[in-house]
Design a binder for this molecule. Structure first.
Ligand SMILES: C[S@@+](CC[C@H](N)C(=O)[O-])C[C@H]1O[C@@H](n2cnc3c(N)ncnc32)[C@H](O)[C@@H]1O
Length: 412
Protein backbone atom coordinates (compact mmCIF):
# COMPACT_ATOMS: atom_id res chain seq x y z
CA UNK A 1 0.00 0.00 0.00
CA UNK A 2 1.26 3.49 -0.82
CA UNK A 3 1.85 5.51 2.33
CA UNK A 4 2.06 9.24 2.81
CA UNK A 5 5.13 9.38 5.06
CA UNK A 6 5.17 13.11 5.63
CA UNK A 7 1.78 13.62 7.19
CA UNK A 8 -1.38 11.88 8.36
CA UNK A 9 -3.23 13.17 5.29
CA UNK A 10 -4.76 10.40 3.21
CA UNK A 11 -2.92 9.53 0.00
CA UNK A 12 -4.79 10.19 -3.29
CA UNK A 13 -5.82 6.53 -3.48
CA UNK A 14 -7.33 6.77 -0.01
CA UNK A 15 -9.20 9.99 -0.68
CA UNK A 16 -11.53 8.87 -3.43
CA UNK A 17 -13.03 5.41 -3.76
CA UNK A 18 -12.60 4.94 -7.49
CA UNK A 19 -10.54 1.94 -8.39
CA UNK A 20 -7.46 3.31 -10.20
CA UNK A 21 -7.24 2.17 -13.83
CA UNK A 22 -4.10 0.16 -13.17
CA UNK A 23 -5.42 -1.71 -10.14
CA UNK A 24 -5.05 -5.15 -11.60
CA UNK A 25 -2.00 -5.89 -9.49
CA UNK A 26 -1.91 -8.02 -6.38
CA UNK A 27 -5.16 -9.50 -5.12
CA UNK A 28 -7.28 -7.30 -7.43
CA UNK A 29 -5.66 -9.15 -10.34
CA UNK A 30 -6.80 -12.63 -9.21
CA UNK A 31 -9.94 -12.27 -11.26
CA UNK A 32 -11.50 -9.15 -12.87
CA UNK A 33 -14.66 -8.15 -11.01
CA UNK A 34 -16.35 -4.77 -11.30
CA UNK A 35 -15.49 -3.51 -7.82
CA UNK A 36 -17.17 -0.36 -6.58
CA UNK A 37 -14.06 1.04 -4.93
CA UNK A 38 -10.34 0.61 -4.47
CA UNK A 39 -8.76 -1.48 -1.75
CA UNK A 40 -6.67 1.40 -0.29
CA UNK A 41 -9.78 3.49 0.07
CA UNK A 42 -11.71 0.71 1.83
CA UNK A 43 -8.85 0.16 4.23
CA UNK A 44 -8.62 3.89 4.97
CA UNK A 45 -12.37 3.91 5.70
CA UNK A 46 -12.05 1.14 8.27
CA UNK A 47 -8.75 1.90 9.94
CA UNK A 48 -10.24 4.00 12.73
CA UNK A 49 -12.85 1.40 13.66
CA UNK A 50 -12.52 0.13 17.25
CA UNK A 51 -11.20 -3.43 17.42
CA UNK A 52 -14.55 -4.87 18.58
CA UNK A 53 -16.45 -3.43 15.56
CA UNK A 54 -18.33 -5.79 13.31
CA UNK A 55 -18.39 -4.80 9.67
CA UNK A 56 -20.94 -5.71 7.02
CA UNK A 57 -20.88 -5.46 3.25
CA UNK A 58 -24.31 -6.63 2.03
CA UNK A 59 -23.16 -6.38 -1.65
CA UNK A 60 -19.68 -7.71 -1.09
CA UNK A 61 -18.75 -8.59 -4.70
CA UNK A 62 -15.13 -9.69 -4.94
CA UNK A 63 -14.61 -8.89 -1.27
CA UNK A 64 -12.78 -5.57 -1.07
CA UNK A 65 -14.50 -4.78 2.24
CA UNK A 66 -14.11 -8.20 3.87
CA UNK A 67 -10.42 -8.28 2.93
CA UNK A 68 -9.74 -4.75 4.23
CA UNK A 69 -11.56 -5.56 7.49
CA UNK A 70 -9.76 -8.86 7.99
CA UNK A 71 -6.36 -7.23 7.47
CA UNK A 72 -7.27 -4.71 10.17
CA UNK A 73 -8.17 -7.51 12.63
CA UNK A 74 -11.87 -6.65 12.53
CA UNK A 75 -14.81 -9.02 12.37
CA UNK A 76 -16.62 -8.86 9.04
CA UNK A 77 -19.39 -10.47 7.06
CA UNK A 78 -19.83 -10.05 3.34
CA UNK A 79 -22.91 -11.27 1.50
CA UNK A 80 -23.53 -11.53 -2.22
CA UNK A 81 -25.87 -13.59 -4.38
CA UNK A 82 -23.24 -14.26 -7.03
CA UNK A 83 -21.27 -17.47 -6.24
CA UNK A 84 -18.51 -16.34 -8.64
CA UNK A 85 -17.94 -13.19 -6.59
CA UNK A 86 -18.12 -15.17 -3.35
CA UNK A 87 -15.44 -17.62 -4.51
CA UNK A 88 -13.10 -14.72 -5.34
CA UNK A 89 -13.84 -12.96 -2.03
CA UNK A 90 -13.25 -16.14 -0.02
CA UNK A 91 -10.05 -16.94 -1.90
CA UNK A 92 -8.66 -13.54 -0.88
CA UNK A 93 -9.29 -14.47 2.75
CA UNK A 94 -7.98 -18.04 2.73
CA UNK A 95 -5.59 -18.16 -0.24
CA UNK A 96 -2.43 -18.11 1.83
CA UNK A 97 -3.08 -21.78 2.58
CA UNK A 98 -3.88 -22.82 -0.99
CA UNK A 99 -1.73 -25.19 -3.02
CA UNK A 100 -2.09 -25.82 -6.75
CA UNK A 101 -3.97 -28.92 -7.87
CA UNK A 102 -2.26 -31.18 -10.43
CA UNK A 103 -4.01 -32.19 -13.67
CA UNK A 104 -6.65 -34.84 -12.99
CA UNK A 105 -6.56 -38.19 -14.80
CA UNK A 106 -8.18 -38.04 -18.19
CA UNK A 107 -11.35 -40.10 -18.28
CA UNK A 108 -13.00 -41.06 -21.50
CA UNK A 109 -15.79 -43.27 -20.20
CA UNK A 110 -18.11 -40.37 -19.49
CA UNK A 111 -20.75 -39.68 -22.09
CA UNK A 112 -20.55 -35.98 -22.84
CA UNK A 113 -24.00 -35.92 -24.39
CA UNK A 114 -25.75 -37.17 -21.24
CA UNK A 115 -26.88 -33.80 -19.97
CA UNK A 116 -27.17 -30.26 -21.15
CA UNK A 117 -24.18 -28.35 -19.90
CA UNK A 118 -24.26 -24.54 -20.11
CA UNK A 119 -20.56 -24.59 -21.03
CA UNK A 120 -21.76 -25.99 -24.37
CA UNK A 121 -22.70 -22.44 -25.33
CA UNK A 122 -19.00 -21.70 -25.90
CA UNK A 123 -16.91 -24.87 -25.71
CA UNK A 124 -16.48 -27.88 -27.91
CA UNK A 125 -17.42 -31.12 -26.08
CA UNK A 126 -13.86 -32.34 -25.39
CA UNK A 127 -12.77 -29.01 -23.95
CA UNK A 128 -15.92 -28.70 -21.86
CA UNK A 129 -15.31 -32.23 -20.53
CA UNK A 130 -11.74 -31.36 -19.51
CA UNK A 131 -12.97 -28.26 -17.62
CA UNK A 132 -15.50 -30.51 -15.84
CA UNK A 133 -12.79 -33.04 -14.90
CA UNK A 134 -10.70 -30.25 -13.40
CA UNK A 135 -13.70 -28.90 -11.48
CA UNK A 136 -14.54 -32.36 -10.14
CA UNK A 137 -10.97 -32.72 -8.89
CA UNK A 138 -11.42 -29.48 -6.93
CA UNK A 139 -13.99 -31.26 -4.74
CA UNK A 140 -11.22 -33.41 -3.23
CA UNK A 141 -9.12 -30.43 -2.14
CA UNK A 142 -9.08 -28.35 1.03
CA UNK A 143 -11.25 -25.23 0.86
CA UNK A 144 -8.39 -22.80 0.02
CA UNK A 145 -7.02 -25.09 -2.72
CA UNK A 146 -10.50 -25.69 -4.09
CA UNK A 147 -11.11 -21.94 -4.32
CA UNK A 148 -7.71 -21.43 -5.92
CA UNK A 149 -8.56 -23.97 -8.60
CA UNK A 150 -12.09 -22.62 -9.14
CA UNK A 151 -10.88 -19.05 -9.60
CA UNK A 152 -8.03 -20.26 -11.85
CA UNK A 153 -10.65 -22.06 -13.96
CA UNK A 154 -12.71 -18.84 -14.15
CA UNK A 155 -9.64 -17.01 -15.46
CA UNK A 156 -8.69 -19.65 -18.04
CA UNK A 157 -12.30 -20.01 -19.18
CA UNK A 158 -12.47 -16.25 -19.67
CA UNK A 159 -9.23 -16.26 -21.69
CA UNK A 160 -10.28 -19.25 -23.76
CA UNK A 161 -13.64 -17.69 -24.64
CA UNK A 162 -12.47 -14.06 -24.97
CA UNK A 163 -13.74 -14.17 -28.55
CA UNK A 164 -17.35 -14.02 -27.27
CA UNK A 165 -16.86 -10.77 -25.39
CA UNK A 166 -17.32 -7.61 -27.40
CA UNK A 167 -16.26 -4.06 -26.64
CA UNK A 168 -18.87 -3.89 -23.88
CA UNK A 169 -17.28 -5.96 -21.09
CA UNK A 170 -20.64 -6.64 -19.51
CA UNK A 171 -22.11 -8.45 -22.50
CA UNK A 172 -21.12 -11.96 -23.53
CA UNK A 173 -22.61 -13.71 -26.51
CA UNK A 174 -22.91 -17.43 -27.25
CA UNK A 175 -21.62 -19.42 -30.22
CA UNK A 176 -23.98 -19.06 -33.18
CA UNK A 177 -22.84 -22.21 -34.96
CA UNK A 178 -20.91 -25.33 -33.99
CA UNK A 179 -17.74 -24.20 -35.80
CA UNK A 180 -17.54 -21.27 -33.39
CA UNK A 181 -17.16 -23.57 -30.37
CA UNK A 182 -13.72 -23.41 -28.83
CA UNK A 183 -11.49 -26.48 -28.85
CA UNK A 184 -8.25 -26.58 -26.89
CA UNK A 185 -6.15 -29.78 -26.65
CA UNK A 186 -6.12 -31.18 -23.10
CA UNK A 187 -2.40 -30.63 -22.60
CA UNK A 188 -2.66 -26.94 -23.56
CA UNK A 189 -5.60 -26.43 -21.27
CA UNK A 190 -3.85 -28.29 -18.43
CA UNK A 191 -0.76 -26.18 -18.90
CA UNK A 192 -2.77 -22.94 -18.74
CA UNK A 193 -4.62 -24.04 -15.58
CA UNK A 194 -1.45 -25.18 -13.80
CA UNK A 195 0.34 -21.95 -14.76
CA UNK A 196 -2.51 -19.78 -13.59
CA UNK A 197 -2.73 -21.52 -10.23
CA UNK A 198 1.03 -21.05 -9.75
CA UNK A 199 0.85 -17.34 -10.57
CA UNK A 200 -2.05 -16.91 -8.19
CA UNK A 201 -0.23 -18.77 -5.41
CA UNK A 202 2.72 -16.43 -5.89
CA UNK A 203 0.43 -13.41 -5.47
CA UNK A 204 -1.37 -14.90 -2.49
CA UNK A 205 1.87 -15.94 -0.75
CA UNK A 206 2.87 -12.28 -0.49
CA UNK A 207 -0.03 -11.73 1.92
CA UNK A 208 0.44 -11.69 5.67
CA UNK A 209 -1.79 -14.09 7.65
CA UNK A 210 -5.03 -12.26 8.40
CA UNK A 211 -5.79 -11.38 11.97
CA UNK A 212 -9.52 -10.65 11.62
CA UNK A 213 -12.42 -13.02 11.37
CA UNK A 214 -14.28 -12.56 8.09
CA UNK A 215 -16.96 -14.68 6.49
CA UNK A 216 -18.50 -14.62 3.06
CA UNK A 217 -22.06 -15.83 2.67
CA UNK A 218 -24.29 -16.41 -0.31
CA UNK A 219 -27.32 -14.39 0.72
CA UNK A 220 -29.51 -11.55 -0.42
CA UNK A 221 -29.04 -8.11 1.05
CA UNK A 222 -32.80 -8.16 1.64
CA UNK A 223 -32.60 -11.38 3.70
CA UNK A 224 -29.42 -11.11 5.73
CA UNK A 225 -28.82 -14.15 7.95
CA UNK A 226 -27.61 -11.95 10.84
CA UNK A 227 -28.93 -11.15 14.29
CA UNK A 228 -30.80 -7.87 14.76
CA UNK A 229 -28.63 -5.01 16.03
CA UNK A 230 -25.36 -6.90 15.51
CA UNK A 231 -23.48 -4.70 13.01
CA UNK A 232 -21.50 -1.53 13.83
CA UNK A 233 -20.33 -0.45 10.42
CA UNK A 234 -21.61 -0.96 6.88
CA UNK A 235 -19.28 -0.25 3.95
CA UNK A 236 -20.59 -1.10 0.51
CA UNK A 237 -21.26 -0.20 -3.09
CA UNK A 238 -24.80 -1.28 -3.99
CA UNK A 239 -25.77 -2.52 -7.46
CA UNK A 240 -26.18 0.21 -10.06
CA UNK A 241 -29.39 1.44 -11.66
CA UNK A 242 -27.85 1.20 -15.13
CA UNK A 243 -29.66 -1.79 -16.63
CA UNK A 244 -26.42 -3.74 -17.03
CA UNK A 245 -26.87 -7.45 -16.55
CA UNK A 246 -24.24 -8.79 -14.17
CA UNK A 247 -25.52 -12.33 -14.67
CA UNK A 248 -24.73 -12.19 -18.38
CA UNK A 249 -21.37 -10.55 -17.69
CA UNK A 250 -20.39 -13.57 -15.58
CA UNK A 251 -22.43 -16.13 -17.53
CA UNK A 252 -19.37 -18.26 -18.42
CA UNK A 253 -18.10 -18.54 -14.85
CA UNK A 254 -21.67 -19.13 -13.61
CA UNK A 255 -22.00 -21.89 -16.23
CA UNK A 256 -18.92 -23.54 -14.76
CA UNK A 257 -20.64 -23.40 -11.35
CA UNK A 258 -23.72 -25.06 -12.87
CA UNK A 259 -25.92 -21.97 -13.30
CA UNK A 260 -27.33 -21.54 -16.79
CA UNK A 261 -28.43 -17.92 -16.95
CA UNK A 262 -29.74 -18.34 -20.50
CA UNK A 263 -32.27 -21.10 -19.88
CA UNK A 264 -33.00 -20.59 -16.19
CA UNK A 265 -34.08 -17.06 -15.35
CA UNK A 266 -34.10 -17.47 -11.57
CA UNK A 267 -30.56 -16.27 -10.88
CA UNK A 268 -30.88 -13.21 -13.11
CA UNK A 269 -34.24 -12.36 -11.58
CA UNK A 270 -32.89 -12.57 -8.06
CA UNK A 271 -30.27 -9.84 -8.56
CA UNK A 272 -30.95 -6.26 -7.63
CA UNK A 273 -30.80 -4.18 -10.81
CA UNK A 274 -31.86 -7.15 -12.93
CA UNK A 275 -32.94 -6.29 -16.46
CA UNK A 276 -35.62 -9.00 -16.27
CA UNK A 277 -38.98 -8.30 -14.69
CA UNK A 278 -40.28 -10.56 -11.94
CA UNK A 279 -43.79 -11.68 -12.79
CA UNK A 280 -45.32 -10.46 -9.54
CA UNK A 281 -43.56 -7.12 -9.66
CA UNK A 282 -45.80 -4.32 -8.49
CA UNK A 283 -45.99 -1.45 -10.95
CA UNK A 284 -45.60 1.11 -8.15
CA UNK A 285 -42.29 0.95 -6.25
CA UNK A 286 -42.61 -0.34 -2.71
CA UNK A 287 -40.55 2.51 -1.24
CA UNK A 288 -41.13 5.03 1.48
CA UNK A 289 -39.69 8.27 0.11
CA UNK A 290 -41.44 10.75 -2.18
CA UNK A 291 -38.22 11.14 -4.15
CA UNK A 292 -38.15 7.46 -5.11
CA UNK A 293 -41.78 7.57 -6.22
CA UNK A 294 -41.33 10.88 -8.08
CA UNK A 295 -38.29 9.53 -9.94
CA UNK A 296 -40.29 6.49 -10.96
CA UNK A 297 -43.20 8.71 -12.06
CA UNK A 298 -40.81 10.82 -14.20
CA UNK A 299 -39.58 7.70 -15.98
CA UNK A 300 -43.12 6.45 -16.44
CA UNK A 301 -44.31 9.71 -18.01
CA UNK A 302 -41.36 10.05 -20.39
CA UNK A 303 -42.74 10.24 -23.96
CA UNK A 304 -40.37 7.62 -25.38
CA UNK A 305 -41.45 4.09 -26.28
CA UNK A 306 -41.87 1.61 -23.42
CA UNK A 307 -41.28 4.23 -20.72
CA UNK A 308 -44.69 3.54 -19.24
CA UNK A 309 -44.16 -0.21 -19.62
CA UNK A 310 -40.87 -2.09 -19.34
CA UNK A 311 -38.59 0.80 -18.27
CA UNK A 312 -40.75 2.13 -15.44
CA UNK A 313 -41.42 -1.41 -14.17
CA UNK A 314 -37.69 -2.18 -14.20
CA UNK A 315 -37.02 1.06 -12.30
CA UNK A 316 -39.79 0.19 -9.85
CA UNK A 317 -38.19 -3.20 -9.24
CA UNK A 318 -34.79 -1.59 -8.52
CA UNK A 319 -36.33 0.94 -6.14
CA UNK A 320 -38.36 -1.72 -4.30
CA UNK A 321 -35.21 -3.88 -3.95
CA UNK A 322 -33.36 -0.87 -2.59
CA UNK A 323 -36.05 -0.26 0.03
CA UNK A 324 -36.20 -3.95 1.04
CA UNK A 325 -32.41 -4.18 1.39
CA UNK A 326 -32.15 -0.95 3.37
CA UNK A 327 -34.85 -2.19 5.72
CA UNK A 328 -32.96 -5.43 6.34
CA UNK A 329 -29.61 -3.65 6.75
CA UNK A 330 -31.21 -1.28 9.26
CA UNK A 331 -32.64 -4.22 11.20
CA UNK A 332 -29.19 -5.81 11.65
CA UNK A 333 -27.47 -2.46 12.39
CA UNK A 334 -26.88 -1.37 15.98
CA UNK A 335 -28.23 1.97 17.16
CA UNK A 336 -25.62 4.57 16.22
CA UNK A 337 -24.22 2.36 13.44
CA UNK A 338 -22.31 4.08 10.63
CA UNK A 339 -23.01 3.30 6.96
CA UNK A 340 -20.89 4.32 3.97
CA UNK A 341 -22.43 3.84 0.53
CA UNK A 342 -20.63 4.42 -2.75
CA UNK A 343 -23.45 5.10 -5.16
CA UNK A 344 -23.38 5.73 -8.88
CA UNK A 345 -25.93 8.13 -10.35
CA UNK A 346 -27.70 7.10 -13.50
CA UNK A 347 -29.58 8.42 -16.50
CA UNK A 348 -32.84 7.65 -18.19
CA UNK A 349 -32.78 8.83 -21.79
CA UNK A 350 -31.65 12.47 -21.39
CA UNK A 351 -32.75 12.67 -17.72
CA UNK A 352 -30.24 12.60 -14.91
CA UNK A 353 -31.33 10.22 -12.12
CA UNK A 354 -29.92 11.25 -8.81
CA UNK A 355 -29.69 7.76 -7.41
CA UNK A 356 -27.53 8.88 -4.47
CA UNK A 357 -30.29 11.30 -3.38
CA UNK A 358 -32.79 8.44 -3.53
CA UNK A 359 -30.60 6.22 -1.33
CA UNK A 360 -30.34 9.11 1.13
CA UNK A 361 -34.09 9.72 1.12
CA UNK A 362 -34.93 6.03 1.59
CA UNK A 363 -32.34 5.66 4.37
CA UNK A 364 -33.70 8.78 6.09
CA UNK A 365 -37.14 7.13 6.28
CA UNK A 366 -35.54 4.34 8.34
CA UNK A 367 -33.73 6.65 10.77
CA UNK A 368 -30.37 7.26 9.02
CA UNK A 369 -28.99 10.79 9.19
CA UNK A 370 -26.60 12.14 6.58
CA UNK A 371 -23.15 13.05 7.95
CA UNK A 372 -21.44 13.82 4.66
CA UNK A 373 -21.94 13.54 0.95
CA UNK A 374 -18.94 13.68 -1.38
CA UNK A 375 -19.42 13.43 -5.13
CA UNK A 376 -16.54 12.54 -7.42
CA UNK A 377 -16.52 12.32 -11.22
CA UNK A 378 -16.35 9.04 -13.07
CA UNK A 379 -14.47 8.90 -16.34
CA UNK A 380 -15.80 5.59 -17.59
CA UNK A 381 -18.98 4.23 -16.07
CA UNK A 382 -21.22 1.29 -16.85
CA UNK A 383 -23.59 3.76 -18.50
CA UNK A 384 -21.01 4.86 -21.04
CA UNK A 385 -20.44 1.19 -21.80
CA UNK A 386 -24.12 0.55 -22.45
CA UNK A 387 -24.17 1.13 -26.19
CA UNK A 388 -27.93 0.50 -26.37
CA UNK A 389 -28.52 3.53 -24.15
CA UNK A 390 -26.40 5.96 -26.16
CA UNK A 391 -29.05 7.31 -28.45
CA UNK A 392 -29.72 10.20 -26.02
CA UNK A 393 -27.01 12.68 -24.95
CA UNK A 394 -25.78 11.74 -21.51
CA UNK A 395 -25.13 14.21 -18.71
CA UNK A 396 -21.83 13.54 -16.88
CA UNK A 397 -22.10 10.69 -14.40
CA UNK A 398 -20.99 11.10 -10.83
CA UNK A 399 -20.44 8.72 -8.00
CA UNK A 400 -21.08 9.81 -4.47
CA UNK A 401 -19.80 8.66 -1.12
CA UNK A 402 -22.64 8.90 1.40
CA UNK A 403 -21.82 8.72 5.10
CA UNK A 404 -24.83 8.07 7.29
CA UNK A 405 -25.44 7.41 10.96
CA UNK A 406 -28.38 5.52 12.45
CA UNK A 407 -30.03 7.90 14.89
CA UNK A 408 -33.50 6.57 15.57
CA UNK A 409 -34.10 3.13 14.20
CA UNK A 410 -37.46 2.96 12.46
CA UNK A 411 -37.57 -0.85 11.95
CA UNK A 412 -37.57 -3.73 14.42
C1 LIG B 1 -21.14 -2.92 -7.34
S1 LIG B 1 -21.00 -4.63 -6.97
C2 LIG B 1 -20.10 -4.62 -5.45
C3 LIG B 1 -18.59 -4.66 -5.69
C4 LIG B 1 -17.75 -4.84 -4.44
N1 LIG B 1 -17.67 -3.60 -3.69
C5 LIG B 1 -16.34 -5.34 -4.79
O1 LIG B 1 -15.38 -4.88 -4.19
O2 LIG B 1 -16.19 -6.19 -5.67
C6 LIG B 1 -22.64 -5.07 -6.50
C7 LIG B 1 -22.78 -6.54 -6.11
O3 LIG B 1 -24.12 -6.76 -5.66
C8 LIG B 1 -24.45 -8.11 -5.92
N2 LIG B 1 -25.92 -8.26 -5.77
C9 LIG B 1 -26.91 -7.95 -6.63
N3 LIG B 1 -28.10 -8.16 -6.07
C10 LIG B 1 -27.89 -8.62 -4.82
C11 LIG B 1 -28.73 -8.98 -3.74
N4 LIG B 1 -30.07 -8.92 -3.83
N5 LIG B 1 -28.16 -9.38 -2.58
C12 LIG B 1 -26.81 -9.43 -2.45
N6 LIG B 1 -25.96 -9.11 -3.45
C13 LIG B 1 -26.49 -8.70 -4.61
C14 LIG B 1 -23.87 -8.36 -7.30
O4 LIG B 1 -23.67 -9.75 -7.50
C15 LIG B 1 -22.56 -7.55 -7.22
O5 LIG B 1 -21.50 -8.40 -6.85
Amino acid sequence: MRQDLLSDAPSPAQRIPKRPDGETQGLAGLFPYYAGYAYDWAQHQLEREPSHSSILDPWNGSGTTTMAAARLALTAVGTDLNPVANAVALLKLTGLWATPTRPPKQQYDWDPSEAHDPLDYWLEQRTRRRFRQWLASAERQSLPSRLLLQVALFGVLRQTTAHFQGSNPTWVRRARASDEHIYLPDDELDHAIVRRQKMMVETLSQEQPLSGLASVLRASAAELPLRPSSVDRILTSPPYMTRIDYAIAYSRELALMGIDVWSDRRFRLSLMGSTLIRSREKAIPQCKSDLARDTWADIKSHPSKDSSGYYSTQASQYLSDMAAALKCVTRVARDDAHMTLVVQDSTYKEQHLSVSEIWMAEAAELGWVLCSKKPFPVRRSLITLNVAAQEYPKPPVAETVLDLRLERKEVQ
